[in-house]
Design a binder for this molecule. Structure first.
Ligand SMILES: *[C@@H]1O[C@H](CO)[C@@H](O)[C@H](O)[C@H]1NC(C)=O
Ligand SMILES: *[C@@H]1O[C@H](CO)[C@@H](O)[C@H](O)[C@H]1NC(C)=O
Ligand SMILES: *[C@@H]1O[C@H](CO)[C@@H](O)[C@H](O)[C@H]1NC(C)=O
Ligand SMILES: *[C@@H]1O[C@H](CO)[C@@H](O)[C@H](O)[C@H]1NC(C)=O
Ligand SMILES: *[C@@H]1O[C@H](CO)[C@@H](O)[C@H](O)[C@H]1NC(C)=O
Ligand SMILES: *[C@@H]1O[C@H](CO)[C@@H](O)[C@H](O)[C@H]1NC(C)=O
Length: 427
């Protein structure tokens, strides 16, 4: 009897002890604190979760343990502090999670100078779990050195380089990839680079898109555990330039149509502004919103490195004049200096034509034809009248001469007889 009772008790104890977590006791549960790698001057984060289904866990302390068994609590230094705790409760307070954050990790934070433990408390009981922090010295880190930012002209040849720099040869540092990225695209890459194997990029700047940001990326893994990716960039500025004659730009449009001035400037970055000198204006002025800006004006492609343009819709005679596309040397440059200074700007001359303009010659011809017809008709009429009047004249002459030359009757008779014969013949 007694032996069975003992047996049952032992079984019960076994059963109880096999249930984890034990009821009414705090237990560190998954995700468990892990052994972490941190980079000197970098940041380290370790999480620890404690659960108690009977009592609510009261707190979690992270501690340092010395070789001699001393325990030092790592205190939360609050916002802005080097050491911070981030606490969170779940399941009505039965689960408490604390995350230890170490900003600006120092070599002294390494477990070599004292181990780490996370201790969870509930009631008057506790549970502890140890972990390590491995601090990687900055000197062990691979690095990259890129060439300097440049401002170049179109046609210039440039060389971009990205060299690997290793201060210390560490067996456990694995260089995986070195690559150039431009505009989100990998333009060159070397797998498992050794020493400095990424070829320098040499090319001639012929398009504004040749400028921009080139970034060099090194992907590596430290101590077979920690991903270490670094990036450095080179910015290439392509000095803006006009690609067309600055003066000889005439834009002819019919009244009511729209006129577009296409600025030939290209550059990276390209910033332009416009000036205007209407026929009615004495000097050129910068086009400014709220001043001389017209709602019929619109600028386009300003976000691009070329093809900036100004369009005027529903052009009127009042729009005639000069328009200038000017390059803004830098975004902070002061362009208000000389209002009428259009030196180095691309000049456009706007000529506005009458929509009937093309018709005028036709209208002219029509009018000419009409006039001609009128003239011909009139001429015909005039001619008819003239012949009639000559006949009358004949008669007058006849009667006149007959009366006048009464002395020479023989001659007088001859004429009417001739007229009579001719009229007789006609009849
Ligand atoms: C988190 O918990 C620890 C231990 O109880 C405490 O010292 C610290 O102030 C708490 N931090 C925050 C931000 O609640
Ligand atoms: C990090 O700590 C070092 C000394 O331990 C100090 O020189 C450095 O300025 C600190 N950096 C930051 C960002 O606080
Ligand atoms: C990279 O190495 C090449 C060849 O040694 C050298 O010409 C170039 O100046 C180096 N670039 C940088 C940024 O150190
Ligand atoms: C490093 O780069 C690799 C490859 O692009 C990526 O898988 C990894 O998540 C990166 N790691 C970090 C810490 O950025
Ligand atoms: C190079 O240009 C980039 C982008 O404009 C800038 O962030 C960076 O500070 C520049 N680097 C140098 C060394 O001037
Ligand atoms: C530009 O120049 C004008 C006149 O000289 C001056 O009033 C203004 O403050 C300047 N603006 C900048 C951004 O320098």
């Amino acid at each position: 009897m007694l032996s069975t009772a003992i047996c049952v008790a032992i079984l019960c104890l076994l059963a109880v002890s096999s249930i984890s977590p034990v009821q009414g006791k705090p237990a560190i549960i998954a995700p468990l604190p892990t052994n972490i790698y941190a980079i000197q001057f970098g940041r380290a984060e370790v999480g620890c979760t404690v659960k108690d289904t009977v009592n609510k866990p009261t707190k979690i302390n992270f501690v340092r343990t010395s070789k001699f068994g001393d325990i030092d609590v790592i205190y939360d230094e609050g916002i802005g502090g080097r050491i911070q705790y981030k606490n969170k409760t779940e399941d009505g307070g039965q689960i408490l999670t604390s995350t230890l954050v170490i900003n600006n990790v120092t070599l002294k934070d390494s477990s070599d100078f004292g181990g780490y433990e996370c201790i969870g408390y509930s009631g008057n009981q506790k549970d502890a779990y140890g972990f390590t922090i491995n601090v990687i010295n900055r000197n062990e880190l691979p690095g990259i050195a890129v060439s300097e930012n440049k401002t170049v002209q179109f046609g210039t040849e440039i060389i971009l380089s990205c060299n690997l720099t290793l201060k210390m040869d560490v067996d456990t540092t694995k260089l995986r990839k070195l690559m150039w990225i431009k505009g989100g695209q990998v333009i060159d890459e070397v797998l498992y680079p050794k020493e400095q194997t990424l070829k320098s990029r040499k090319f001639k700047v012929s398009d504004p898109s040749d400028g921009g940001l080139y970034s060099c990326h090194l992907i590596s893994r430290l101590r077979d555990s920690l991903d270490y990716n670094i990036t450095d960039s080179i910015h290439i500025t392509v000095k803006p330039k006009f690609f067309k004659d600055l003066m000889d730009n005439e834009v002819k449009v019919f009244k009511g149509k729209s006129a577009t001035f296409e600025c030939s400037a290209k550059g990276n970055p390209l910033n332009t502004f416009w000036k205007r000198k209407l026929k009615s204006e004495k000097s050129a002025n910068m086009l400014k919103e709220g001043e001389n800006w017209n709602s019929r004006y619109s600028l386009s492609n300003l976000d691009k490195m070329e093809d900036h343009s100004l369009t005027i819709s529903d052009v009127g005679y009042g729009d005639r004049g000069f328009y200038y596309c000017c390059i803004q040397e830098s975004e902070t440059a002061n362009n208000t200096k000389e209002q009428d200074d259009v030196e180095g700007c691309q000049k456009f001359t706007l000529r506005v034509k009458d929509p009937l303009g093309a018709l005028w010659p036709v209208i002219g011809i029509i009018i000419e034809v009409i006039l001609l017809v009128i003239i011909i008709v009139l001429a015909e009429k005039f001619k008819k009248k003239k012949t009639e009047s000559t006949k009358t004249d004949g008669r007058v002459e006849f009667s006149y001469s007959s009366t006048d030359d009464a002395v020479d009757k023989g001659q007088v008779r001859l004429r009417p007889s001739a007229a009579a014969t001719s009229s007789g013949e006609k009849a």
